[in-house]
Design a protein around this ligand. Structure first.
Ligand SMILES: Nc1ncnc2c1ncn2[C@@H]1O[C@H](COP(=O)(O)OP(=O)(O)OP(=O)(O)O)[C@@H](O)[C@H]1O
Length: 250
C-alpha cells in the first residue's frame, strides 16, 4: 500500500532560490511525524507542496499514491494562526464548517453529515460551548483549537499542521498534543511542524529534521542522541541549552 504522504526527491524554487532541495519523506497512516528545523528551513514550503499549492521543479509529491494537486485528495490542513481571516464576521461553528465546504462564503449548503462532522470536531477540541461565539472574539489558544477543528471536520486520512503550538499555554498544548497522537492512532497520518522541540521529542512517533533538505528521519530518542546532527541542522553552539534537552531525552 502506498504511504499517505510521499515526498520524493522534491526541490521547490521560490523567488529564484531553492527553498527545498531533494527532500525525501514518507508519512504512513497511524503515525505522528514532527517536521522540525530552523526558521526558513522549508517546513511550510514542504507542507504547501504536499497540498499541491506549490509545484516542485523536480521530484514528486504523492498523497495516497496520487500526485498532489489542490482538492484531488482531501487533506486536513491547519495553517499558521495569522493566516486565517479572524476579522471575518463568522461564528466558531461556521468557521469550522468551512473546513468541509471550502470557502468562508459557505458556497455549499451544509447537510446533516456536515453538521455531525462539525459537532464531533468541536467536541474533540473542547470548543462546543463556544460554538456561536464570533471568531474575532476568541483568544489565541481558542483560535488555534478552531483551526484544528476546521481541519478535523474534513475527516481526511492525512492531516498537515503548521506550527499548531505557537503561543499556547501548557494545558492547551497538552490537549492538542494528546489529540494529535490519538488521531494518528485512529489510522490517520499526521505531519506537524513545530519549533517546540520538547513537544516534538516527547510527543511524536518520528521526527524529520529539515534544513533545505531532509537531514535525518528517525525515532526521537535515537535522533536526540546525536548532538552533532542538531548542532549542524540548527546552527547552534556546544553550549546551547537545546543540547541539554536532547541529552535528557536520549
Ligand atoms: N513567497 C516566497 N517567495 C520567495 N521566497 C520565499 C517565499 N516564501 C518562502 N520563501 C523562502 O523559502 C524558504 C523557506 O521558507 P519556509 O516558510 O518554508 O520556511 P519555514 O521552515 O517554514 O520557516 P519558519 O520556521 O520561519 O516558519 C525561506 O528562505 C523563505 O525566505
Amino acid at each position: 500500500m502506498s504511504a499517505a504522504l510521499s515526498v520524493r526527491r522534491v526541490s521547490v524554487r521560490l523567488g529564484g532560490r531553492l527553498a527545498l532541495r531533494d527532500a525525501e519523506l514518507e508519512v504512513e497512516r497511524g503515525e505522528l511525524v514532527g517536521l522540525i528545523g530552523p526558521n526558513g528551513a522549508g517546513k511550510t514550503t514542504l507542507l504547501r507542496a504536499a497540498l499541491g499549492l506549490l509545484a516542485p521543479h523536480s521530484g514528486r509529491v504523492e498523497v495516497d499514491g496520487r500526485k498532489a494537486a489542490p482538492g484531488r485528495v482531501p487533506i486536513g490542513y491547519v495553517p499558521q494562526r495569522h493566516e486565517f481571516a479572524w476579522e471575518f464576521p463568522i461564528s466558531v461553528e461556521d468557521a469550522v464548517m468551512t473546513g468541509r465546504t471550502g470557502t468562508l462564503g459557505l458556497l455549499r449548503r451544509p447537510g446533516v453529515a456536515d453538521w455531525q462532522a462539525v459537532d464531533e470536531a468541536l467536541e474533540r477540541v473542547r470548543m462546543a460551548e463556544l460554538r456561536t461565539r464570533p471568531v474575532g472574539e476568541l483568544s489565541g489558544g481558542q483560535r488555534q483549537r478552531v483551526l484544528v477543528a476546521r481541519a478535523l471536520a474534513l475527516q481526511s486520512p492525512l492531516l498537515l499542521l503548521d506550527e499548531p503550538f505557537t503561543g499556547l499555554d501548557m494545558p492547551t498544548q497538552e490537549l492538542l498534543s494528546e489529540l494529535f497522537l490519538a488521531l494518528a492512532r485512529e489510522d490517520r497520518a499526521v505531519l506537524m511542524t513545530t519549533h517546540d522541540l520538547a513537544a516534538a521529542i516527547y510527543g511524536c512517533d518520528r521526527l524529520a529534521l529539515l534544513n533545505q533538505t531532509v537531514v535525518a528521519v528517525g525515532a526521537p530518542r535515537q535522533l536526540a542522541g546525536d548532538a552533532a546532527l542538531w548542532q549542524r541542522t540548527f546552527g547552534i553552539g556546544e553550549r546551547s541549552p537545546l543540547l541539554r534537552i536532547l541529552a535528557a531525552a536520549a
